[in-house]
Design a protein around this ligand. Sequence first.
Ligand SMILES: Cc1ncc(COP(=O)(O)O)c(C=O)c1O
Length: 321
Amino acid sequence: MIPLSVPNINGNEWKYVKDCLDTGWISAVGSYVDKFEQTMAAYTGAKYAVAVANGTCALHLSCLLMNIQQGDGVIVPDITFIASVNSIKQCGAEPILMDVNEHNNLKIIEDATEALGSTYKNKHAGTIGDIGCLSFNGNKIISTGGGGVILTNNKEIAKLAKHLSTQAKTSPEEYIHDANGFNYRMVNILAAIGMAQMEQLPSFLHKKKDIAEQYHKKLNGVGDIQFIETEKNVVPNNWLFTIRTKKRKALFQHLKNSGVQSRPLWQPMHMLAIHSKHLFVTKNNISSILYNDCLSIPCSTDLKIKDQSIVIRKVVEFFST
Ligand SMILES: Cc1ncc(COP(=O)(O)O)c(C=O)c1O
């Protein structure tokens, strides 16, 4: 099976993890966590970066840091990963599902979990709103296995994020806690992997761009395939390569039968039974159209040229029979 998007562990990961194991610094405190946070802040241009256990808890903590609570309405994209909506509900607030391409002028938590390496008007994704969240799970452009970061330019928010993510403990020695905290901190051993992955990010971005360019070249004009256009002023990280076709379901099956992994978009939140009662703001139900039409195809950073050729051949074959 040619996988969709898998981790690429070819740098200093073993060396840095061995260092954690040799020194015994494997848990929630250690120099790699500090270095990873500094590296993330420097790379994205955010003043502060707080490393946490995953993107989902970055989103949950961000909602708490923005003081979202019972009785609040929070606008969230209808087509997104479910963690964004669940985080709002876990604060007791009410999600308002917004269809694609609508606009608001409010406090913003950016779910930039997939966007490491992407910029808008030269600002890194996750540094445009009040808080930004990144994820490093197995399918992201860099992976720590599981991990996340909260980005912010606000010193108080960064301080509180660190405090709440480490059980809101006020003293290094005594078990004194001053708030309802969480065990959401990234552990040193995963930050060590993150440091090694960050060293390879430029080459990963380069490879993702090459893969996208090759798909554009070879699939242009094939069947009814359309590409997702890059918005003006955006430099994308090309994390996933997604095509649009009215034959999405049949193409998925054909690729599966051919040993090629592909994935549809998330089912829009308004279509999920557990979130269908929330207000859904839409003119043209674009999220459902995208859900029906979109399919992501293999684009791992270690995708071999011969494997990408197989994917292309299988897609072309589908549309010519
Ligand atoms: C858009 C979006 N939001 C949130 C998440 C959650 O991140 P994590 O898997 O690190 O908890 C993901 C990743 O799966 C995502 O793609």
